[in-house]
Design a protein around this ligand. Structure first.
Ligand code: ZN
Length: 393
């Protein structure tokens, strides 16, 4: 067979739309062409696949004209996630593995030059997409990515550490050596239900009014702005806020983990915990809401279903705070860049803190405030008007 079809998935925001990798071998001038809107990293796949096949002792069809098509063409594709599907397509088209097995499987994985499988970004998003698919196929992932994808219930998942392990599972029936099935990946055992990293509000002495306000904010899903002099315990209270929120449902936990996995921030130990993100006040608007090319999620999306804590609120750039308006109202953020557009979920609870005046001593029982009335008014107004949704909520 000179044409092989391998199934994989791209990443588009939090979605993982299916991608078909078609590999065609023909006689003619030897070449290796990749088509289907692939960025540089995917184009580098040619060199990685060629080397990985050679070092693994597999045949690379050097005397053939190889065409690899990643379809649909209009879908943006990035990173080395298609290395494994491309390598398997070449092996199937050249008869080194049984192409019939490929229709029930989906693959993603970056290859090292020695044929080892390297983890891919967004494995969890792939697994979630597969769970919702009409005809769910089994998913084959690098071992390092399989652990997070295994958190998704109801899918069949296999893990492999090397290209040869995948090849061994797909050998043609007439070979001398029988095919060795890939091991099933099991979800990480015993996930702790509570987060030891988050303190408990009951450990805080006094602060009855602030605690009450936090409880009301947690119960009603309101944003909250705490104003007080330095050292009055604003940060300590805010860090304990996530402990008041109810446990994440399975869908919420999956969504939260999928966003973190896209940004490469997810680790299995943090499964089903409400994320708390506290970006520094020097954070740019892009760091806060997301951006870049391809668009990556920002702090507000990493805090999805969790808490975004902005300490020193007036010190944040005005543009950064303005960009919080849309997500605070809609729970989503759309990032548009020249060629790409991505939408990420951003349903976070905003907890902000600020000093009462630029020097911080206004209303302090022992220290005198050195600020002018004008300076105080400017400071308070600027911070309160830039985040109106926070005040209304
Ligand atoms: Zn002052």
């Amino acid at each position: 067979m000179s044409l092989a079809i391998v199934h994989s998935r791209a990443l588009d925001g939090l979605h993982a739309p299916p991608v078909t990798v078609e590999v065609h071998l023909a006689n003619g001038l030897p070449s290796f062409t990749l088509v289907g809107l692939a960025d540089t990293e995917v184009k580098e796949a040619r060199e990685r696949v060629r080397a990985a096949l050679a070092t693994s002792g597999l045949d690379f069809p050097h005397n053939k004209r190889i065409t690899v098509n990643l379809a649909p063409a209009e879908l943006p594709k990035e990173s080395g996630r298609f290395d494994l599907p491309i390598a398997l397509g070449i092996l199937a088209a050249s008869g080194q593995i049984d192409a019939r097995h490929l229709s029930t499987l989906e693959f993603a994985g970056e290859l090292s030059l020695a044929g080892e499988l390297r983890p891919v970004r967004g494995a969890l998003a792939m697994a979630v997409a597969l769970r919702r698919a009409e005809q769910p196929r089994s998913l084959v992932l690098p071992t390092a990515s399989a652990a997070e994808a295994a958190l998704v219930p109801g899918i069949t998942l296999h893990a492999a550490g090397h290209l040869l392990e995948v090849v061994a599972a797909l050998l043609p029936a007439d070979e001398q050596t029988p095919a060795t099935p890939l091991p099933r990946a099991e979800p990480a055992a015993a996930i702790p239900p509570t987060d030891p990293g988050i303190g408990d509000l009951q450990d805080v002495r006094g602060q009855a009014a602030a605690k009450r306000a936090l409880e009301i904010a947690a119960a009603g899903g309101h944003s909250l702005l705490m104003v007080g002099p330095p050292g009055s315990g604003k940060s300590m209270l805010a860090q304990r806020f996530a402990g008041l929120l109810p446990p994440l449902s399975l869908d919420e936990a999956l969504e939260s983990a999928a966003v973190l996995s896209l940004a490469g921030h997810f680790d299995v130990g943090r499964w089903a915990r409400r994320p708390v993100h506290a970006p520094h006040h020097t954070a740019s608007a892009v760091a806060l809401v997301g951006g870049g090319s391809p668009p990556r999620p920002g702090e507000i999306s990493l805090a999805h279903h969790g808490v975004l804590f902005l300490d020193e609120l007036p010190e944040f750039q005005r543009s950064a705070l303005e960009s919080l308006r849309e997500p605070l109202e809609t729970g989503r953020i759309t990032i548009s860049r020249a060629a790409r557009r991505a939408e990420y979920p951003a349903r976070f609870q905003l907890i902000a803190a600020m000093n009462p005046c630029p020097c911080g001593n206004l209303g302090h029982p022992r220290h005198a405030c050195r600020c002018s009335t004008d300076a105080i008014a400017r400071y308070q107004v600027s911070s309160v008007t830039v985040a109106p949704s926070a005040r209304q909520n």
